[in-house]
Design a protein around this ligand. Structure first.
Ligand SMILES: *Cc1c(COP(=O)(O)O)cnc(C)c1O
Length: 386
């Protein structure tokens, strides 16, 4: 008998259900630990939270009963000054995630190919599938660098519409060399020599290079936007500015792409609280950069300490997290042993990452608790092959 399911778009009905993260209070109850005892190092959140100026601006804002500015005028002006790109090239979203979705909705027709380079951020392939596109994976090399020749070949064979590169990459922590990005920007596919949309996701760029106030140029490739008609750069307030829960990110793109996204975005996509907090964050850069510097210093301390553990191989990182290969024993078991002690790290149930855990850099006391717990795992853990 036909059912209502037969009227649904089949590519969506056939999608795997999304595995949501477990909220902290539910997890605390499950582990029978008070919520303050949990050390959350599983989602690359900022342990220092939002800037006090952002919190004060949120408390002061008088107009929560009024719809927010659909053009994000003040936020885009502040971002323009922060990034050094005209406001006409900036589109804000409810997180960078929304910009990924909008871009794919603009570019992808059914069965169009979108390339990503796993292990990488899952939203590129996820949103491609939702748009009825085909996600084509060109895996990274063993050292997690990009297989540029492989990407070019795959893009030409499939006449790919878009290539997504996270730089620095999540979860591997390494940046993409600008020369390789440039090579892909110049790639042309098919008999008509068509350009490919290149999306460089710089969610973690504030944790790379130095962030000192006197630097002339923002790190990454944002200053190339506009010079190429096919380059989009994504940024977010979720990680460096501690606003993950408010959902605010943005894309930098040529005007010709921006005008189309303006047509399809929901008018009130970025809520008022998010806009207020993001603007105030950009007025408190010294404070936020201080926290970024603390996280970067902790990252380097953590890297050295993790290297000393016999069962972990940590990878250097330009972000606020460290990917570790579990070289003895089982990565999922390590994750679960840490969880029993109230420490949450990220484990991926995927073939490429089954031997890895990803640890977000916390405040010093969090990282100390992590290291103590890992020491205990080292002393008690069953070792593979013995
Ligand atoms: C966290 C993350 C994002 C998501 O940013 P939001 O602004 O919170 O949506 C985008 N890209 C990468 C690579 C990330 O790790």
């Amino acid at each position: 008998m036909p059912s209502i399911a037969d009227r649904m778009r089949s590519h969506i009905a056939d999608l795997e259900p999304y595995t949501p993260i477990v909220p902290l209070d539910v997890l605390a109850e499950r582990l029978d630990l008070p919520i303050e005892r949990l050390v959350k190092l599983d989602a690359n959140e900022n342990p220092y939270g939002p800037s006090p100026r952002a919190l004060a601006a949120l408390a002061r804002e008088p107009y929560y009963a009024i719809y927010p500015d659909p053009d994000h005028t003040r936020l885009r002006a502040a971002l323009s000054a922060y990034i050094g790109q005209p406001a006409a090239r900036i589109i804000c979203g409810s997180g960078a995630d929304e910009i990924i979705d909008l871009l794919l909705r603009l570019f992808v027709e059914p069965n169009d190919v979108v390339i990503d380079c796993p292990p990488t951020f899952g939203m590129y392939a996820f949103d491609t599938s939702v748009c009825a596109g085909q996600a084509l994976a060109v895996p990274r090399r063993a050292d997690f660098t990009l297989d540029i020749d492989g990407i070019e070949r795959a893009a030409m064979e499939s006449q790919a519409k878009a290539i997504f590169l996270a730089s620095p990459n999540n979860p591997t922590g390494n940046p993409a060399p600008p020369a390789e990005i440039e090579q892909l920007l110049n790639l042309r596919v098919g008999p008509q020599a068509l350009p490919v949309l290149i999306v460089v996701d710089e969610a973690y760029i504030e944790f790379t290079a130095d962030n000192s106030a006197d630097r002339q140029q923002s790190p990454g490739v944002s200053y190339w936007v506009g010079a190429y008609d096919n380059l989009v750069v994504l940024r977010t307030f979720s990680k460096w500015a501690g606003l993950a829960g408010l959902r605010v990110g943005y894309g930098l793109m040529p005007e010709a792409i921006a005008v189309q996204l303006w047509k399809i975005k929901q008018p009130y996509n970025v809520n008022l609280a998010a806009q207020v907090a993001a603007i105030a964050s950009l007025e408190d850069l010294d404070y936020l950069r201080g926290n970024v510097a603390r996280i970067v210093a902790e990252r380097e301390r953590l890297l050295v300490a993790l290297q000393e553990l016999p069962f972990l191989l940590p990878y250097p990182s330009a972000t606020n997290f460290i990917l570790c290969r579990v070289t003895q024993g089982d990565a999922l078991t390590v994750k679960q042993q840490l969880e029993q002690q109230g420490i949450l790290v990220r484990y991926y149930r995927t073939p490429l990452l089954r031997d890895y855990i990803r640890i977000s850099v916390g405040a010093p006391e969090h990282n100390d608790r992590l290291l103590t717990a890992l020491q205990a795992v080292a002393e008690g853990a069953p070792v593979k092959g013995q």
